[in-house]
Design a protein around this ligand. Sequence first.
Ligand SMILES: *C/C=C(C)/C=C/C=C(C)/C=C/C1=C(C)CCCC1(C)C
Length: 254
Amino acid sequence: MKFIQHWKAVVATSALTAFPSLASAEANLASDDFVGISFWLISMALVAATVFFFIERDRVSNKWKTSLTVSGLVTLVAAVHYFYMRDVWVSTGETPTVYRYIDWLITVPLLMVEFFLILSAITKVPAGVFWRLLVGTTVMLVFGYLGEAGYMNVTLGFVIGTVAWFYVLYEIFLGEAGRINAENASPAVQSAFKMMRNIVTFGWAIYPLGYILGYMMGSVDSSTLNIIYNLADVLNKIAFGLIIWHVAVTESEA
Ligand SMILES: *C/C=C(C)/C=C/C=C(C)/C=C/C1=C(C)CCCC1(C)C
């Protein structure tokens, strides 16, 4: 018990104090740099969310703990990337594409695995569900990056990435994961599953739209695009984690 309390305090304080020092202070944030301010705000919200998920882990029953751990890892990894992205933006005014993709490559498969984890808390789920969600999201991101970074034809990279996204949507709506939810889950889990599914459909659609409008057509400027991506991450990472936290607490107290 003592050890656990100690561990929590270490995580909380190192999260709050160590992250800012990871970012080099080459440039100062200007008071009218709203994109930079949004990077800064979201980084702080991600740090707070991380501490929250790790501490709240103690409140839920054993089978729900992994889900909260993963929620906290998603916001932790994103918080660290946000400090670097903010730095790139503030000091160069450029879009930190490579850091975004590295962040996505870790956080997006983890977010997808949450579907497997919340179903695993209530019933036995075949490992195939886990792998399909993991591989689907990884293919989506790798081909998106290959297109955006110029290693392959932009349109082809986009099309393959989009097909992979539709594949994970199929899995959670009509595939095995969707079926397991419909057949076995309690009302609380079903409602969380539905909200998470809507986030993966509508919240996630922001990124391929940004790819088309910002990158392929060049009709949205990079400031707007970065603000939109930053706000999207609040929904897709923090709110998504809060939905999981809510169902974990509800089911643990039931
Ligand atoms: C926390 C970050 C999240 C949830 C990022 C999600 C990113 C996507 C859903 C990206 C999707 C893309 C496609 C569907 C097609 C190819 C281009 C991408 C990678 C932007």
